[in-house]
Design a protein around this ligand. Structure first.
Ligand SMILES: Cc1cc2nc3c(=O)[nH]c(=O)nc-3n(C[C@H](O)[C@H](O)[C@H](O)COP(=O)(O)OP(=O)(O)OC[C@H]3O[C@@H](n4cnc5c(N)ncnc54)[C@H](O)[C@@H]3O)c2cc1C
Length: 501
């Protein structure tokens, strides 16, 4: 056994350190198709102290460390870049430390999943507001904070999960442990406020994609779940992209208090129905774009008023309401009442064996996305030769378009666009050919979307490096970012290689 292995074993006990080949490969993958290298060690720490010791060993030996929650990053963020290094699996740290019902705060270990946390909170009539990402059945709170995640429900009202952040416990890349916000005053009794005691240092670690520190403890605001809710699903007129953007804009301009508002484009509805993704809509005669909303209220009168406001907007845009029950195609009801907000995304990823979503998931102002989607049609045509090569091998042509488009805070949407290709193992042959084409096309679509001026929030290895490579960061900004990284992490131990650090 190597000296490093012996040192890690001393910190964690043998059971929670592995350099087994199978484990190393399993922890060198995310949901994207790019194998960037194989880690040398996998460790599963139980607390901040162990992580601190691991980071000290890594600094001493100059070995990179990659924090990993559930490994759901779509851009290769939680696996090594290049061979070697230590993957730090946070999933053992999944305890609820404290629920403060009086002050509406919950403190958890960073490896807990959004679904476990919200299931626990539901016993008290509470929830996290933004329910984390669509991957929340497994995705961790620490991963969500590292990405500014949105999408698992509630983000039209509450925005990204980082909006609800109160305080973090973070192990810095050199091993020191700090707490942010109100905890920067050592006389504070418990974390209760994010802002103050100097600059908002929690923000430094929000959306850092695991580069600036390892989050070990997270305190979030929690909210009482309102007792009344309504959920409706509408079929939009043909070619509904522009109409959907108009509806989102009207919702914001009229100041309607909506919990979720989501649009699913025509192409996804028809292809999704074909592959069994939307059994609720099997009987729909016209497979067109769908728009649904969820509203919450504290009284029947309030609920009725908000429903009227939203229905007016939808009906004046010629939307057709589907029936009230799930069996009538009311996706919104399934989404809100049956954890559809998580199930939907999990189903989407597994819909066809070998299906490979090459995502360009980003935030844009509402009025940008129709133009971006039009440009993606153009991009698809420009790349028809490569698409045909994949068709010839797999029997299926990749599809360019968008997944659900979700209203988030401000006048923004989360635009899950990109193309779905097929994995390189689809026929056990042609591995390298498909992988190479996929990668080339993926980089090309990401660059194209970046040039629309979008905001990336989950960057991983792929997007953080591409931003540097295509010169999207202004020099002064990038230099500043690198200076912060170097100050915190002089040997670039944590997530080495991201942002080309
Ligand atoms: C089916 C599916 C649906 C998805 N839906 C959405 C969606 O709706 N919205 C959305 O935003 N994303 C979505 N994603 C992407 C992804 O799941 C989320 O961004 C999620 O928040 C990642 O959490 P995770 O625990 O899997 O993190 P990981 O993928 O393990 O890690 C994410 C990043 O955070 C870092 N990291 C993880 N934990 C820590 C920690 N404790 N301290 C420091 N750094 C850490 C990692 O190094 C990595 O850079 C989806 C992915 C899938 C597969």
């Amino acid at each position: 056994m190597s000296e490093v292995y012996q040192k890690l074993k001393k910190i964690l006990s043998e059971k929670f350190v592995s350099n087994d080949l199978y484990m190393r490969h399993a922890y060198s993958r995310n949901v994207d198709p790019v194998l960037q290298g194989i880690t040398e060690y996998v460790v599963r720490p139980k607390d901040a102290k162990e992580i601190s010791e691991i980071l000290k060993v890594a600094n001493g030996e100059n070995i990179p460390v990659i924090p990993r929650g559930a490994g759901c990053c779509e851009f290769g963020g939680s696996k090594p870049i290049g061979d070697g290094g230590i993957v730090l699996d946070m999933k053992r740290m999944e305890n609820i430390i404290n629920l403060d019902e009086e002050n509406l705060l919950v403190t958890v270990e960073a490896g807990i999943s959004w679904s476990k946390l919200n299931e626990y909170l539901s016993q008290f009539g509470l929830y996290t507001g933004c329910m984390g990402p669509g991957s929340g059945l497994t995705a961790s709170v620490g991963g969500g904070i590292s990405h500014h995640s949105v999408g698992g429900g509630g983000c039209a009202k509450y925005g990204a999960c980082t909006n609800q952040l109160v305080s973090l416990e973070v192990v810095l890349p050199t091993g020191e442990i700090i707490e942010t916000g109100s905890q920067a005053n050592k006389f504070s009794k418990f974390p209760f406020n994010r802002f103050g005691n100097g600059p908002d240092l929690a923000s430094l670690f929000c959306g850092d994609n695991g580069c600036f520190g390892v989050k070990t403890k997270v305190t979030l605001q929690v909210f009482p779940r309102p007792p009344y809710a309504n959920y409706k699903t509408f079929l939009l007129p043909r070619k509904s992209v522009e109409t959907s953007a108009k509806i989102f804009t009207e919702i914001r301009q009229k100041g309607v208090d909506v919990y979720d508002a989501i649009y699913i484009m025509d192409l996804l509805v028809s292809v999704g129905c074909q592959y069994g993704l939307f059994p609720l809509w099997d009987n729909l005669k016209r497979k067109r774009g769908v728009f649904f909303y969820v509203i919450e209220a504290n009284s029947e009168v309030e609920l009725e008023e908000k429903t009227k406001q939203l229905d007016n907007i939808l009906l004046s845009n010629k939307a057709e309401e589907l029936g009230p029950e799930i069996a009538d195609g009311n996706f919104a009801k399934w989404h809100y009442c049956q954890q559809g907000h998580y199930l939907f995304a999990h189903n989407l990823w597994g819909v066809v064996p070998g299906f490979e979503p090459l995502d360009a998931e980003c935030h844009t102002p509402i009025n940008f996305y129709p133009g971006i989607l039009k440009d993606l049609d153009q991009w698809d045509m420009e790349h028809s030769e490569d698409m045909k090569k994949i068709l010839d091998i797999t029997g299926l042509r990749p599809i360019t378009g968008s997944g659900p488009i979700i209203l988030v805070d401000g006048n923004n949407v989360e635009l899950t666009c990109g193309f779905t290709s097929f994995a390189s193992y689809v026929n056990g042959k042609n591995y390298d050919i498909i992988r190479e084409i996929n990668l080339k096309l993926w980089k090309s679509i990401l660059e194209r979307v970046t040039k629309h001026g979008v905001q990336w929030y989950m960057m991983g290895a792929m997007m953080s490096r591409l931003m540097v490579e295509i010169g999207a960061y202004p020099k002064e900004y990038y230099d500043f970012l690198k200076k912060i990284k170097k100050t915190l992490d002089p040997k670039f131990i944590l997530s080495r290689g991201k942002f080309n650090f």
